[in-house]
Ligand binder design. Structure first.
Ligand SMILES: [Zn+2]
Length: 355
């Protein structure tokens, strides 16, 4: 989601222009948005699906996000549902899966936020807080009876990121790492940034861990940035599973995100290095009715072109939607058939398929 958008909770701190649109599509609005949707909401599919994009904040991070949001833009923060900033329990995540008929969930640690340039005015104990936040997620997954997996969050541009990764590699109990390039202040035009990102992918590949990456780092984003990722970073992934968050964008669909998605789809089609286990999550791919139909149709066409198997569901909970409402919303937004949606909803990323 947007680098600065509070609804993602994955980054925060800049006024996002999309907020009023998001608010229109709060779950309760979606729940009353038509008879077709009512069917999905009333009877969640009983299946083996998964939510590939969930966040479970520790009390420390939840408090920081809330105070930061209120401090940066109190007017905006007042519009948001404060429940999004609450600390959640493992039981709550599991009942969230149950109500949506989902078997598995993917916890993406927001630990990278502590080393974000957006917070450098705070005098934080970054290594300590990063470890604590990652531990919170790993322990939650460990106590979930096998239904949740954890991805530890690191900032690829932070000095200590490879040490943090090495700790978890020896500790075990993680499915992979989560990167958020917007929150980390990543610049595709900076060769050193690209080199560091590639080094993190190499380290993940060496440890046989998956990577979930929020790639879009700013307003300037499209085919050029996506091609830089495909050519100069993705090959380092070798054969590990890689999941691009938010349809390869940052939440919300514009021409830049579509141009980037086209590059990722082309990479899959030609079997580019590192793309064998590449999947794309659809978390918050669109953010409102204002997204022109032509863009939504183009996105649907790209999904078909890549193959439905390449796309997985993820809600970005607790940003805006619960998983079931997010699914209903996407079904309304992207012109795919019910049968096609049923396939996508049942898909699991490769890292959930190995025992
Ligand atoms: Zn997220």
């Amino acid at each position: 989601m947007y680098a600065g958008s509070i609804p993602t909770l994955a980054s925060t701190f800049q006024r996002p222009r999309v907020i009023p649109v998001v608010l229109k599509f709060k779950p309760w609005v979606v729940a009353s948005a038509g008879c077709g949707l009512a069917v999905y909401l009333a009877s969640p599919p009983v299946g083996a699906g998964a939510d590939h994009h969930l966040h479970l904040f520790s009390p420390v991070l939840a408090d920081l996000l809330e105070s930061r949001a209120r401090g940066t833009d109190p007017e905006l923060a007042a519009l948001l549902d404060p429940v999004a900033f609450k600390t959640r329990s493992v039981e709550e995540v599991l009942s969230l899966l149950d109500e949506s008929g989902l078997e598995r969930g993917v916890l993406l640690s927001g630990a990278y936020m502590f080393s974000s340039p957006l917070l450098e005015d705070l005098d934080l104990d970054v290594p300590g807080l990063v470890r604590q936040e990652n531990t919170h997620n790993v322990q939650a997954a460990a106590s979930s009876g096998g239904r949740l997996v954890a991805f530890v969050g690191i900032n690829p541009l932070e000095q200590g990121s490879l040490e943090e990764l090495a700790f978890w590699v020896s500790h075990g109990g993680i499915a992979g790492i989560k990167l958020h390039l917007a929150n980390s202040g990543f610049n595709f035009a900076d060769p050193e940034h690209v080199r560091r990102l590639s080094a993190v992918f190499s380290a993940a590949a060496d440890a046989d861990l998956a990577v979930v990456v929020h790639l879009r780092s700013g307003p300037v984003y499209g085919a050029e940035e996506a091609q830089a990722f495909v050519d100069r970073v993705l090959p380092a992934a070798a054969d590990i599973p890689v999941q691009l968050a938010h349809g390869g964008g940052w939440g919300g669909l514009d021409q830049g995100t579509l141009d980037a998605l086209e590059v990722y789809v082309a990479a899959m089609e030609r079997g580019a290095a590192g793309s064998r286990q590449l999947v794309i999550d659809l978390a918050m791919l669109t953010l409102g009715e204002e997204t022109p139909l032509a863009l939504r149709e183009h996105a649907a066409a790209l999904i078909r072109r890549a193959g439905l198997v390449r796309f997985v569901m993820g809600s970005d909970w607790p940003a805006v939607f619960r998983p079931q409402a997010h699914e209903a919303y996407l079904r309304q937004q992207l012109p795919l058939s019910d049968q096609e949606w049923d396939v996508i909803v049942g898909n699991k990323a490769p890292y959930l398929l190995t025992p």
